[in-house]
Design a protein around this ligand. Structure first.
Ligand code: PLP
Length: 446
């Protein structure tokens, strides 16, 4: 345990946990089961509890603090904006809003150059599907099963993973399609196979009834699924053939996480609509956005954009986003995600070579995952789909004891550190993972 001085909180960690559990609700959890980490402060790739226990943040919190914690440049920009103008309503404009729209137009793919600002990713996707329906005059939205698109009514219906189940029946018109990845035992389709499945669904549903296909260009929580070469181009071609809009949900995969500004840039495909949040401000202030290609933006020249939010284009958030984007540029963090990502890929491959419990590793940039198995021959996952296992729980506990923070989900855990991570910090994290996997290895039977 590393003890730090300079503690800004007045409560102990235990007091924070007890009071939070008494009066606040934790998401996606039975409240009796939650065991939150009390966080007092954070800097770089680390955060600390009030008692000074240090954690290496190997998940950038919720895959969002891409520039690392406590960057003074962003803090100063938020402070300066708060002192000058904390809020103006969205029918007005501010310098931060004006500059951010123009900046995003410069870094997003192709002719995406007009943006609607939201509070986060779910609202961005809600507005993306509304736009797609208005623009095409069609109703249905295709989405993939291994996906997460947010927790609001429409976005949770788009979501393919089990978080959707409690929200069903959800909004009308959403159709899920299988992914190219079918789990560690069944493996991955080729691009041609995956595209054939997609086209079959399009034909069966009726191409002229489908407004859009929404996908995460590299799937996040559902497994860091990197499409086979040709898949993204093939999806673009199918959408063009049938007049279906392509919506890229870059909420998690955007802003350097994969080693490009946006994951879809790896395949040089331009989506019709691109949604973003998280890394846009590195979560210093909440902000999401929907980017539209020029013809779609022009559609609203003489038609009403029938959407609105009190906090649309919030000046604090726009100022934070501008400062965050400047940090990516000044510190060359997109390139850094590629170079450090190559080192991380080596560390992941090393884990797979040495630990029988490691059945698969995948990464692109600093977006990584490890899938654990009970049996190398059958590739039986260490925990079932949507399930848990004592070994996975024990691994999570070990990481927490040892001061490594990351997401442990089903039979997987993630390696998504801030893009600022150094080689030494990366090695520090992998050393803890290495020790933690020993107990998982003991459970492997074949
Ligand atoms: C791909 C993707 N889309 C949308 C969302 C929802 O974003 P938010 O939680 O900001 O509403 C998330 C959140 O994890 C996400 O990963």
């Amino acid at each position: 345990m590393t003890v730090s001085s300079n503690l800004p909180t007045t409560m102990t960690g235990a007091e924070m946990v007890a009071l939070s559990k008494r009066h606040t609700i934790y998401e996606w959890s039975a409240q009796g089961a939650v065991d939150p980490i009390p966080v007092a402060r954070a800097k770089g790739v680390y955060f600390w509890t009030p008692e000074g226990k240090r954690f290496l943040d190997f998940n950038s919190q919720l895959m969002c603090v891409n520039i690392g914690h406590g960057d003074e440049r962003v803090i100063r920009a938020i402070q300066a904006q708060a002192e000058t103008l904390a809020y103006a309503n969205p029918f007005m404009t501010t310098e931060a809003r004006a500059r951010l729209g123009a900046k995003l137009a410069a870094i997003t793919p192709g002719d995406i150059d007009s943006f609607f600002f939201t509070n986060g990713g779910a609202e961005a996707n809600e507005n993306a599907i509304k736009v797609a329906r208005w623009y095409t005059g069609r109703h249905k939205i295709l989405a993939r099963y291994r996906s997460y698109h947010g927790g609001t009514a429409g976005s949770i219906t788009l979501t393919g993973d089990p978080r959707r189940w409690a929200a069903e029946p959800g909004i009308s018109g959403v159709v899920h399609v299988p992914d190219f990845y079918h789990g560690i035992q069944r493996g991955t389709d080729t691009a041609a196979e995956a595209l054939a499945r997609l086209e079959e669904v399009i034909e069966l549903e009726g191409p002229k009834t489908i407004a859009a296909f929404i996908l995460e260009p590299v799937t996040g929580t559902n497994g860091i699924l990197i499409p086979p070469d040709g898949y993204m181009q093939g999806v673009r071609a199918l959408c063009d053939k049938h007049g279906i809009l392509l919506i890229a949900d870059e909420v998690m995969s955007g802003f350097g996480r994969t080693g490009q500004w946006f994951a879809i840039d790896h395949w040089q495909v331009v989506p019709d609509i691109l949604t973003m949040a998280k890394g846009l401000t590195s979560a210093y202030v909440q902000l999401g956005a929907v980017g539209l290609r020029r013809p779609i933006a022009d559609f609203f020249t003489d038609r009403v954009f029938a959407g609105g939010l009190t906090y649309n284009s919030h000046p604090l958030a726009c100022a934070a986003a501008l400062a965050t984007i400047a940090v990516y540029e000044e510190d060359r963090l997109i390139e850094r995600a590629r170079t450090m990502g190559a080192l991380m890929a080596e560390r992941l491959a090393d884990l797979q070579a040495r630990h029988p419990s490691v059945g698969a590793v995948r990464s692109i940039g600093l977006f990584g995952i490890v899938e654990l198995v009970r049996n190398r021959a059958t590739r039986e996952p260490m925990a079932p789909f949507n399930g848990s296992a004592p070994e996975m729980a024990a691994l999570g506990k070990f990481f927490r004891q040892e001061g490594l923070y990351t997401f442990v989900r089903w039979n997987t855990f993630f390696t998504n550190p801030p893009l600022t991570i150094t080689e030494a910090e990366l090695r520090e994290g992998f050393a803890i993972i290495d020790r933690g996997l020993a107990a998982c290895d003991a459970a492997v039977t074949g």
